[in-house]
Design a protein around this ligand. Structure first.
Ligand code: ARG
Length: 400
């Protein structure tokens, strides 16, 4: 009796997930492996990957096009939350995991599988995200993670695959580990493991280097409705199109490169490079529009929750009670985050240089220093008297 009868495996077409197919059957006694490849806008034909899974021994090879739900149900809420893990990483990889988990659970249900599987190792965040999200969606489903247990080196994994006709890459494979989707690329390993060494230009694919970025800026006006980006330069765009166009525009100006040492869930520090042009530009613009449309107290309170939200997403708790409660708060705050923000793209920067909203709380008559000033300056005196009263009492007491 094997560990499971029928397994749905999250399949990327790479060496590890390919080797998982024969491994699950040969070593763990699984009867049937169903491969599931998910299109998240990684810009790769999934047809050949679908074929490859069958060649590796899958009984069924599924492809799910999930770009639209990825953007609408995962990226947009994260933008509304201005989510940046450790104040920098916009979670482009992390956001995909709960969606893949959901698709795995749905496929397992549809095909009557008693387990799902993934190719994550025991060192990363993604195993945590998959396992916890799967458990949240179906606590009875078994989760198999062969790469967490098989203890094979890269070479051994390739050799194992060759025994089952899985071709190892012809050209010397890249030293980098890269995760890519419509929102961005995450690059680690190889020479990047030395945190002091500057990332070579060759690792980037979505962003221009600063020296090659245009000397003249470009502008782009992002329109939001209820905190969701809906247009670029006045043109209403579908969710995917908007991200794609903004990736191009921002990427051309070198916007969205992040080089950081981050704290993984399992306690290791790791050096990761990201390029997330559209996502970072959208967070900049969105946060700026909030400054115009939210009251001071809501803005400030929300900032604290945004940090918690980012930690929850990074740490695999997308489907969790605290995340749901924070979502409800954030949704309420977004009702009037409608309007547009003008961004200036230049040499690695996406700088908000203008903003407007039908719900603007900015009052020119109160803000102006000109002749139209309607603010009652005398009223400030009484306010300051009362505001400063405890400080005055404290000072008199401590100096007595
Ligand atoms: N550190 C990022 C995260 O945990 C990316 C993980 C995948 N990175 C990679 N280069 N394969 O979200």
């Amino acid at each position: 009796m094997g560990r499971a009868n029928k397994v749905v495996l999250a399949y990327s077409g790479g060496v590890d997930t390919s080797v998982c197919i024969p491994y699950l059957q040969q070593e763990w006694g699984v009867q049937q492996v169903i491969a599931l490849a998910v299109d998240l806008g990684q810009g790769e034909e999934l047809g050949p990957i679908q074929q490859k899974a069958l060649k590796c021994g899958a009984v069924e090879s599924l492809v799910a096009n999930a770009i639209e739900p990825f953007v609408k149900e995962f990226a947009f809420p994260a933008i509304q939350a201005n989510a940046l893990y450790e104040n920098r990483y916009p979670l482009s990889t992390a956001l995909a995991r709960p969606l893949i988990a959901r698709l795995l659970v749905e496929a397992a249900d549809k095909y009557g599988a008693d387990a799902v599987a993934h190719g994550c190792t025991g060192k990363g965040n993604d195993q945590v995200r998959f396992d916890v999200a799967i458990a949240a969606l179906n606590p009875d489903l078994k989760i198999l993670a062969p790469a967490r247990e098989w203890g094979m080196s890269r070479e051994e994994t390739i050799a194992y695959g060759e025994r089952f006709g899985i071709e190892s890459p012809v050209k010397k494979s890249s030293p980098y580990s890269i995760d890519r989707n419509l929102l961005g690329r995450s690059i680690e390993a190889g020479p990047l493991e030395d945190p002091m060494s500057e990332p070579p230009e060759e690792i980037y694919a979505m962003t221009q280097s600063l020296d090659k970025a245009p000397d003249a800026p470009d502008y782009g006006e992002i329109g939001f409705e209820g905190g969701i980006p809906v247009s670029l330069d006045g043109k209403v765009l579908g969710a995917i199109e908007l991200i794609a166009q903004l990736n191009e525009l921002a990427g051309r100006h070198g916007v969205g490169r992040i080089d950081m040492v981050e704290n993984r869930v399992i306690g290791i520090k790791s050096r990761e490079i990201y390029e997330t042009p559209a996502l970072l530009a959208l967070i900049q613009a969105h946060r700026d529009l909030e400054s115009l449309t939210l009251t001071a107290d809501v803005t400030q309170y929300k900032r604290g929750l945004e940090e918690t939200y980012s930690q929850l997403v990074y740490r695999g708790l997308w489907f969790s009670p605290l995340k749901e409660a924070i979502d409800a708060f954030i949704q309420k705050t977004q009702e009037r985050v409608t309007g547009s923000v003008r961004l200036k793209f230049h040499k690695g920067h996406a700088i908000p240089v203008g903003r407007r909203s039908p719900y603007s709380l900015y009052s020119p008559a109160l803000a102006t220093y000109g002749a139209d000033d309607r603010f009652d300056h005398k009223a400030a005196e009484g306010f300051i008297y009362i505001w400063g009263l405890p400080t005055r009492v404290w000072s008199q007491q401590t100096r007595a």
